[in-house]
Design a protein around this ligand. Sequence first.
Ligand code: SF4
Ligand code: F3S
Ligand code: FES
Length: 249
Amino acid sequence: MGTKRHFRVWRGDDTGGSLEDFQVEVNEGEVVLDVIHRLQATQTPDLAVRWNCKAGKCGSCSMEINGKPRLGCMTRMSTFEETETVTVTPLRTFPVIRDLVTNVNFNYQKARELPAFAPPAGVAPGEYRMQQVDVERSQEFRKCIECFLCQNVCHVIRDHEENKHAFSGPRFFIRAAELDMHPLDARDDRKELAQAEQGLGYCNITKCCTEVCPEHIKITDNAIIPMKERVVDRRYDPVTWLGRKIFRR
Ligand code: SF4
Ligand code: F3S
Ligand code: FES
């Protein structure tokens, strides 16, 4: 038999909503998503929540728990005091559809805007070869589960709807960095694109994105800062500029 705990859950839709209070049973070893499911089973059958794997791998159950962007399925109830109220709200940066479900379409639009991997001319698929060291460098970025918690927490768009058109966000900076580091990507303007099209310059390295990433990707240190440094190098370093003119890179 579990203990009764106090939960506050945001309920509403795109026209507005409010926090509702619940007393709900919690058992040992449970995560926040388990408790949401119990609420659905016992008190609020129409409570909307998105989830899929319950294993921290599908990136669907992103929500804000006591104001922090988290995965519901990876947030253990044991991290809270027994007397603490657990408040669950939808991601703030994206429009609410209903209850805890938001419309994350912004992210898919930004993904589409990023030019895809450009294979080298004259090499057929299946004949691409690259060094193991290059494969390993991009592995960190490939761990992304597209939970969009980093996108949600970034202050550039969290409180500034007006920046959304010009800013792709940290998830897409790591994608750009991955392609930039890819030895077979034929484009040599990934850094310039990040600056001109993705809004890399809006990022002032607050590192909040890195802090919330459930895959522990070092978004800021390993993707954003190297991209920024190289943009600066290329623009202002006369030797790099001359080298580029001569060697086209
Ligand atoms: Fe989620 Fe991390 Fe990918 Fe951002 S980089 S979408 S926080 S897994
Ligand atoms: Fe935003 Fe991450 Fe930069 S939170 S400001 S993209 S370091
Ligand atoms: Fe898949 Fe939480 S349900 S990450």
